[in-house]
Design a protein. Structure first.
Length: 406
């Protein structure tokens, strides 16, 4: 289908608008474009009044002059002449009775907030760029409107089957009872059978444990998820058990990236590169038997003897590492690089660093939701490895994957 073109304004009308005016000032505050916006807004308000008086709501009613109203726009303040009626029943759609901000202005604030700017930074930006004084409290009020959207989003129905779900967490600092505490934000990223991605939920919790994970899994089930084929987790205690308690047929896979990071936490900075290279033989092995032999060889090597805790951490997680080796290398890359979740976390961490800490849990969730929402809109293509993964999933999971394709 051909894309519809925007209506073109005839050159004669543009020449008429520009006549007697300096073209260089057209974009200035109070310049031609602002005057045109004001004229169009007032024309629209008068058209709304005509429609109101012609309808049932205007029976026996008539115009009663104009009231003056100052509204904030994306380029500055604008004084509008708003028509009034004798019965005071006219409530325009363009600018409602008690509305003080032009349509689209709130979206600008939310967009800046989603990019990680603080309320004071947004206020300073609007003042510097447009000469508009907006208080941080007003910005908080505008962005608080997102909280209702978060509640609706967090309760929305989900797909019955997700072939692949990544569960991950990152830390935020939140002021709680006068103290700044570290809290974990948990994100579930689902991949549908066609390869498209979806954020399933967002949970903020200070104390993690089996009960919390069980609550999250039950929430997903109550929202319509009946089966998860492969769950990739970051090795948190009690998590695999909670997943299997709700989705007993799920295969739980430890995130190799998290396991590697945890391994390197034991290593001095100068020695991380050679130790990381030595660990490649484990996760690049052709199968689980070869991988265990590579792990045994690593434990017996000088690095394995020096950092014995690395081998122990891999042994403890081995039950959730083994499923990884059932896949070909192309699919393994999809699982161990987890580019989707890593790119997402990178965005979230940038926004969190810009804040330092949050005054409330709601403030943290508000920002993270907006960042996730922006990221989700940019996901237009499935991962490169998905076509290969899809064929493998169909063989490994049979009817369960076929159901996800329906």
């Amino acid at each position: 289908m051909a894309k519809r073109k925007a209506p073109q304004i005839p050159d004669e009308i543009l020449d008429q608008l520009l006549s007697g005016a300096e073209a260089s000032t057209a974009f200035d505050q109070g310049g031609l474009l602002d005057q045109l916006k004001k004229a169009l807004a007032e024309r629209a308000l008068n058209a709304e009044m005509d429609h109101h008086l012609a309808g049932d709501g205007g029976a026996g009613n008539s115009r009663n002059g104009y009231g003056r109203k100052s509204v904030v726009t994306g380029t500055g303040r604008m004084a509008l002449e708003v028509p009034r009626d004798r019965q005071a029943s006219f409530d325009p759609l363009l600018i409602a009775k008690y509305q003080r901000r032009f349509p689209g202005f709130d979206d600008k604030i939310i967009s800046m907030y989603a990019r990680g700017m603080s309320t004071r930074e947004i206020a300073g930006h609007l003042l510097d760029l447009y000469g508009i004084e907006v208080s941080p409290d007003l910005i908080s009020t505008v962005t608080d409107a997102v909280l209702d959207e978060i509640a609706t989003w967090q309760a929305r129905p989900l797909e019955p089957v997700y072939p692949l779900v990544f569960f991950d967490a990152l830390r935020v600092k939140v002021r709680d009872e006068g103290l700044v505490r570290n809290k974990a934000v948990h994100i579930a990223l689902g991949v549908r059978a066609g390869g498209s991605k979806e954020i399933l939920g967002l949970w903020l919790e200070q104390n993690e444990g089996a009960k919390f994970w069980l609550r999250v899994m039950n929430e997903l089930r109550n929202r319509g998820v009946e089966d998860v084929l492969l769950a990739v987790v970051d090795g948190l205690k009690g998590f695999p058990e909670a997943i299997l308690a709700v989705f007993p047929e799920a295969t739980v896979q430890t995130c190799i990236v998290h396991l590697l990071r945890h391994s390197l936490d034991f290593v001095s900075w100068k020695e991380r590169k050679p130790v990381a290279a030595a660990l490649k033989d484990i996760y690049r092995a052709v199968d689980a038997t070869a991988a265990e032999a590579a792990l045994t060889a690593f434990e017996a090597s000088p690095w394995g003897r020096k950092y014995a805790a690395i081998g122990q951490s891999w042994r403890r997680a081995w039950g959730e590492v083994v499923p990884f080796y059932a896949f070909p290398m192309e699919v393994r890359r999809l699982l161990y690089t987890t580019n989707s979740i890593e790119a997402l976390n990178s965005r979230l961490r940038r926004a969190i660093r810009a804040r330092g800490h949050f005054p409330t849990d709601e403030a943290a969730l508000k920002l993270l939701f907006l960042v996730l929402n922006r990221a989700e809109k940019e996901w237009t293509m499935p991962p490169r490895e998905w076509s290969m993964a899809k064929a493998q999933f169909a063989v490994l999971f049979g009817d369960r994957f076929t159901r996800a394709m329906a």
